[in-house]
Design a binder for this molecule. Structure first.
Ligand code: NAD
Length: 364
């Protein structure tokens, strides 16, 4: 077996997708990987120092609330060497760029500029936040038609310039991650959705408050759809290695099931509650995106619940959903089979069923 230098997948030497470069033959899993390689072999044959900021190129498509706040958080993090902001309203992107640049004396150097799709060339990551946001009372799935049409226009423009990894944020994120895979022709590991990284953070944060423990020591996952059908994996919650049920026994009030239900409802409805009050969500999603970008830029092998294409995961195939995944420079390096109990597996399958019905109607 050989390793596809673009997506990192193992590939048989009998594959029809091969390319000769500098006297060596390279093997690819798809025609898309072969094309990507031939456009820019150097990008796939060099392995930059994981600690160096050199060449960490980011493009953000959609400079609205989420895109601009992400650019701000990324700039503060010092992770990127350059950030291009691309929007169908270029003046809007320009305004954000001016404002962000005025803060550069206070942070590590990076180049922040208003971009066009050609700035996706050689980008390590393109984050896509373009599209309509939820209005008060609207669900994420209500956005499907509008945002699928936008994606059919935007994704071909991006992939023409062959960036390495596409990180989808616009909602409904699982559907649009699947649309991106289909429209781009990219292999599955180079496309991921921000998925339930944010919901998992909300879950850990609320459990941390409830259990009076640092949320970084709460290990818990929200999986499935980023939306109304998401699934809390209660059976695997642990506090510093102690199963949640045993930890609960330590607390004076115990933890009746209504309290657990209440925590999950707060997680699931967080976006509705925030949008009702301020019209949009931006801060926590921006930090979630910085976390994912860091895992890719720094080749971290971090476990994150991003949305990824499933193939026989608890019987679920051909749909993008969030599960714990190892994320590194290749994008999705490995999907992890989380131990869930039968009722959780059933909820996960139900979550997939809702999305599969929508995808069928989209006729991609
Ligand atoms: P916003 O309206 O503030 O920004 C959207 C931006 O996209 C606008 O600047 C708009 O001009 C731009 N845009 C629209 N069509 C475009 C096109 N064809 N090409 C280029 N740019 C285009 O919205 P927002 O609050 O930033 O939210 C953006 C998306 O992110 C929404 O779909 C929202 O639901 C989603 N979101 C996802 C999460 C998550 O966890 N996945 C969290 C928050 C928001």
């Amino acid at each position: 077996m050989k390793k596809d230098p673009v997506c990192g997948m193992e590939v048989a030497e009998t594959t029809k997708y091969t390319s000769a470069y500098q006297g060596q033959t390279f093997f690819f899993c798809t025609s898309r990987c072969k094309e990507s390689f031939e456009q820019n072999p150097g990008m796939y044959l060099t392995s930059p120092d994981a600690n160096s900021k050199e060449g960490r190129k980011m493009a953000v498509v959609g400079a609205g609330q989420v895109g601009s706040t992400f650019a701000f958080a990324l700039m503060i993090s010092g992770l990127a060497s350059s950030i291009a902001l691309i929007d169908r309203n270029p003046k809007h992107a320009e305004g954000h760029v001016m404002d962000l640049n005025h803060g550069l004396p206070f942070v590590q150097p990076s180049r922040i500029y208003p971009g066009t799709y050609s700035d996706c060339e050689g980008a390590d990551i393109v984050v896509v936040t373009a599209g309509a946001p939820q209005k008060p009372g609207e669900s994420r799935l209500d956005l499907v038609q509008k945002n699928t049409e936008i994606f059919k226009e935007v994704i071909p423009e991006i992939v023409r310039h062959n960036p390495r990894v596409l990180l989808i944020v616009s909602n409904p994120v699982d559907v649009l991650t699947y649309v991106t895979l289909k429209v781009s022709g990219y292999p599955m590991n180079r496309v991921m959705g921000s998925g339930t990284v944010l919901d998992t953070a909300r879950f850990r944060s609320l459990l941390g408050i409830h259990c009076t423990v640092d949320p970084r020591n709460v290990h818990a996952y929200i999986v499935g759809e980023h939306g109304d059908n998401e699934v809390p994996v209660w059976s695997q919650v642990n506090i510093g290695g102690m199963p949640f049920s045993e930890y609960c026994a330590l607390c004076e009030g115990g933890c009746p099931s209504e309290q657990r239900d209440d925590i999950f409802v707060q997680v699931k409805n967080a976006a509705y509650e925030i949008i009702d009050r301020k019209g949009y969500t931006n801060f926590a999603i921006a930090l979630a995106l910085v976390k994912i970008a860091g895992a890719i830029f720094r080749d971290e092998n971090s476990v994150l619940t991003v949305s990824t294409l499933l193939d026989d995961y608890y019987g679920i195939s051909d749909v993008c959903l969030s599960i714990p995944v190892i994320v590194n420079r290749q994008g999705v390096f490995r999907q992890l089979r989380l131990s869930v109990d039968e009722s959780e597996a059933e909820r996960l399958r139900a979550s997939a069923g809702v999305l599969q019905e929508i995808l069928q109607n989209l006729q991609l």
